[in-house]
Design a protein around this ligand. Structure first.
Ligand code: NAP
Length: 455
């Protein structure tokens, strides 16, 4: 009988990756997990996506730290699949591979002017203010008076709010230093969020709307006329708790006096972007008003009315959803922007299961849900993997040892950041935070991060 542990590579150390690793290590199976990560730091969107002024959401990292401390767990940061080691090599080196790489790019609007300088995906702004080392030099021109955010999801509301926080509010967080300086010193006076459908269909959630009522340095503005529901929306709202609560919270904002705070954050409904205008950079956005109509499935859709207006602005943040990126050698569903899979088992172009290949999180089901949603998603995938082992569809014992994997990466000159290296980065950031009375002060550059990991 083979007594070698079952060895699994998990690719991507965001919530889905950690939850997958945790569920594997809790299973009744001798198992070792190597958690690969392209960056020197773990936790994915918990570190680099969650808004810095939402520290409670970030405390989920404590659960990830517990998983990282379990016997059989290794963190292999600063290793990029496809550059340092291929997906085919991983398949040969491990008994199973679970891809949890998230959705690493943005969905496109498909309108003229989308690529003008000054039109950037909200995902990039989020990465920039969270200190993502690939975005430290993002060109965010906040000198103009008005920024427009397109979309009505929680990412849109996060970026709109972050741009109107005061220096004091920002300094209480782990926002990247460069972003604090840029936002606090910005000439920005107004942020306008554009939702293509009505207030009853907005994707954002109520706690985020309530936060807009309490901004220290900005008046939140909603036109009460835009909260009057059409017949189809009014019929759909009862029983839709998020819509009911959002409408209440938006009505509170609509009734609030505008007190002349330094900045304004306006939320507008039933308007779609048509074109971004500018000579060499963003100068304005053309929007079209929509009416709402239920389609054959009863889903309420935005239908353009032909009425247009132009809003002068110098920055457009496109926040209409994330999208997954294909990994060389791993079957990809272009339409969905996810890895082709059935309940987390990766399938080839003919729909046949690829033995030993799995996925979880946003790259499995698309960019939806909150952090906890990925626990159920990753647990589901790992339960499938464990069933494949138990029912003999997946034999273990063929994997290379942990030492062999380390030796291979060393031969290739890859400077792996282990859990010890990450602990060193963490200690530097926390110490800098303590000095400044902040939760942490992030290292935002590759060389600083790697130097701290060595230290
Ligand atoms: P999202 O919730 O899917 O919202 C996307 C928004 O873009 C929707 O309002 C959508 O409107 C709009 N949209 C799509 N295509 C458009 C177009 N062509 N023109 C205009 N608007 C368009 O995506 P997200 O905001 O990126 O968030 C991703 C996930 O992360 C969500 O599940 C979110 O809840 C979660 N998240 C949670 C938090 C938190 O808990 N605080 C924070 C950030 C993110 P339609 O509805 O009309 O399609």
């Amino acid at each position: 009988m083979n007594s070698a542990p079952f060895r699994v590579a998990v690719v991507g150390s965001g919530p889905a990756g950690f939850y997958a690793a945790g569920h594997l290590l809790a299973a009744d199976l001798a198992v070792e997990v190597d958690l690969f990560e392209r960056l020197p730091t773990p936790w994915g969107l918990v570190r680099l996506g969650v808004a810095p002024d939402h520290p409670k959401i970030k405390t989920v990292s404590k659960a990830f730290e517990k998983i990282a401390a379990k016997p059989g767990f290794r963190f292999l940061g600063n290793v990029e699949i496809g550059r340092d080691i291929s997906s085919a090599e991983l398949a040969g080196l491990y008994d199973a591979v679970v891809y949890t790489v998230g959705a690493q790019t943005d969905r496109r609007l498909g309108i003229p002017g989308e690529d003008l300088p000054g039109s950037i995906p909200a995902t990039a702004l989020v990465a920039w203010y969270n200190g993502h080392p690939d975005f430290a030099d993002l060109d965010v021109d906040l000198s103009g008076e008005r920024a427009v955010v397109i979309g009505a999801g929680n990412v849109a509301i996060d970026v709109a709010r972050m741009l109107v926080l005061t220096e004091e509010e920002l300094r209480a967080t782990d926002t990247a230093d460069a972003a604090i300086e840029a936002i606090a010193g910005a000439g920005l006076r107004e942020v306008v969020m554009l939702a293509r459908r009505g207030p009853a269909q907005a994707a954002f959630t109520t706690p985020e709307v309530i936060e807009l009522q309490e901004l220290a340095g900005a008046d939140a503005i909603v036109d009460p006329a835009e909260l009057v529901l059409d017949a189809a929306s009014a019929a759909a709202v009862p029983g839709d708790t998020n819509a009911e609560r959002n409408l209440d919270a938006l009505a509170t904002i609509a009734a609030m006096p505008v007190t002349g705070k330094p900045r304004r954050l306006q939320v507008r409904f039933c308007v779609s972007p048509v074109e971004i205008l500018g000579d060499g950079k963003v100068e304005a956005i053309v929007i079209e008003h929509n009416r709402l109509e239920a389609d054959e499935q009863g889903r309420i859709q935005a239908v353009p009315t032909g009425e247009r207006e132009t809003i002068p602005c110098s920055l457009v943040l496109r926040s209409v959803g994330y999208r997954g990126i294909a990994i060389a050698g791993v079957p990809f569903d272009e339409r969905a922007g996810t890895i082709a899979n059935r309940d987390g088992r990766i399938v080839d172009a003919d729909g046949v299961v690829v033995p030993g290949a799995y996925c979880a999180g946003w790259i499995k089901r698309g960019p939806s849900g909150v952090i906890g949603t990925n626990k159920k998603c990753a647990t589901g995938t790992v339960d499938g993997l464990l069933a494949d082992v138990a029912e003999g569809r997946l034999a273990g014992g063929a994997a290379a040892s942990a030492e062999r994997v380390s030796a291979l990466l060393a031969e290739r000159g890859v400077e792996v950041v282990t859990n010890k290296g990450w602990a060193a980065i963490d200690a530097v950031e926390l110490a800098r935070g303590t000095e400044q009375g902040r939760p942490r002060v992030k290292l935002t550059r590759w060389d600083e991060l790697l130097a701290a990991a060595r230290g």
